[in-house]
Design a protein around this ligand. Structure first.
Ligand code: HEC
Length: 139
């Protein structure tokens, strides 16, 4: 925004290279529109709610092989399944069951299965929504 405004002033105040300056100025509004559409995601944007929870909570627990915490977290995740996305809850509960048995391979298989089945759809349809548990509280 600011850069665009400065370039605009420069473009109107200087006739040396109007074509180059005009080109720079017209790129700017597009960049602003694109970043306004995606409110979260990959750098430089901040992580989206589920992405952030996966990165900061579930993945570290998985790495530590903390099976008690993994079971509880996967159970929470089961309750976050969007309405009508059949299989989400079952997958997450299968992961919780594998965690309770102490099977890291079983948990890993569930992580992979859910990502294969739901990740791109989630990103396309649900990404910026806050994570609410069954009591409506933010996770
Ligand atoms: C019930 C479905 C489900 C399960 C089970 C699941 N995830 Fe995810 N995970 C997702 C979705 C959906 C996203 C995409 C979120 C986004 O990008 O906004 C995601 C994203 C991630 C990310 C962020 C980076 C990336 O690759 O997109 C990490 C890390 C991650 N998951 C780790 C794990 C681990 C480790 C497990 C197993 C212990 C696991 N997940 C189990 C659904 C699941």
């Amino acid at each position: 925004m600011i850069r665009g405004a400065i370039l605009l002033v420069a473009a109107t105040g200087c006739s040396a290279e109007p074509a180059t300056l005009a080109a720079q100025v017209t790129v700017e509004p597009n960049a602003v529109t694109a970043s306004a559409a995606a409110m979260c995601g990959n750098e430089p944007l901040s992580a989206c709610p589920l992405q952030s929870w996966m990165d900061a909570t579930l993945a570290p627990t998985f790495k530590r092989k903390d099976f008690a915490a993994l079971g509880a977290e996967l159970h929470d995740l089961a309750g976050l399944g969007p309405e009508g996305w059949s299989g989400w809850q079952e997958l997450a509960e299968a992961g919780a069951a594998a965690a309770h048995k102490g099977s890291i391979d079983g948990v890993r298989a569930v992580c992979a299965a859910c990502h294969a089945r739901f990740r791109s759809r989630y990103r396309a349809e649900r990404r910026s929504r806050p994570l609410l548990d069954t009591r409506g509280e933010k996770l």
